[in-house]
Design a protein around this ligand. Structure first.
Ligand code: ADE
Length: 226
């Protein structure tokens, strides 16, 4: 899969993909990630990409021209399956959306700043608008990083058996069960007996039961949310 990202702050997107699973996915050639500085398409030599909003009001708006030039020049090289704008008023991102997007070949992500991007870019170029939650961040870079991580780890071959996504929380509409590691007793607190029983069927049943209980207690509407 190839993901291109348009941003005014490429530095913010370096570290999230330079470690652990994302790093391995890139090294294995399963995920190609390209971060593009929007100022490359600025309207003047000062690197301007934003301007005051019509109608007045505080906050700058990202201009259509640099964005459209960036989108068109990147689209000329790559046929994008989706052009995604990260915005707090987009559809709420969840595991189902991550699963869907992980099946695509080419994605273009647009990170907004300030008051957001000119509406005409949304109308004429953006194919999907995604929010990572009901709160406002100072830019779309961290949301973009979250999207890429959630999607990237689902690309076939990125995770091995041990880290398989099949048993993640949300994959079956349930939260994951509690997990334990050594020692079997710590400060008098014991690991549930069944996990030490060596009986895989019992362990599976216990985990499933705990998943159900945990989901009912913490996220009772989860099945319906998905
Ligand atoms: N940009 C600013 N806040 C955001 C959010 N919650 N989701 C996606 N993009 C954003």
């Amino acid at each position: 899969m190839k993901i291109d990202i348009i941003t005014v702050l490429p530095e913010l997107l370096e570290s999230p993909f330079a470690h652990s699973i994302m790093k391995r996915a890139r090294e294995k050639g399963l995920l190609e990630l390209n971060v593009h500085q929007l100022r490359k398409w600025a309207v003047n030599k000062y690197g301007q990409v934003d301007d005051y909003q019509f109608g007045g009001g505080a906050g700058m708006v990202m201009m259509p021209e640099p964005l459209v030039n960036a989108i068109e020049s990147l689209s000329a090289q790559t046929p994008y399956d989706e052009i995604i704008y990260l915005t707090p008023d987009g559809e709420l991102f969840n595991q189902q959306a991550a699963n869907q997007l992980s099946l695509k070949k080419n994605l273009l992500l647009i990170c907004g700043h300030y008051k957001g991007i000119d509406e005409r870019v949304r109308e004429h170029y953006v194919t999907r608008e995604i929010s990572i939650g009901d709160y406002v961040l100072s830019g779309g870079e961290l949301p973009a990083a979250i999207l890429v991580d959630a999607i990237g780890r689902l690309i076939p071959g990125v995770l091995n058996d041990e880290t398989s996504a099949l048993f993640d929380s949300f994959q079956d509409g349930l939260l994951a069960p509690p997990v334990y590691t050594r020692p079997a007793e710590f400060r008098g607190w014991k690991v549930p007996e069944v996990l030490l029983s060596g009986d895989p069927k019992k362990v599976d049943e216990w985990r499933h039961e705990m998943s159900i209980r945990r989901t009912e207690a913490r996220r009772p509407g989860l099945q319906g949310d998905q």
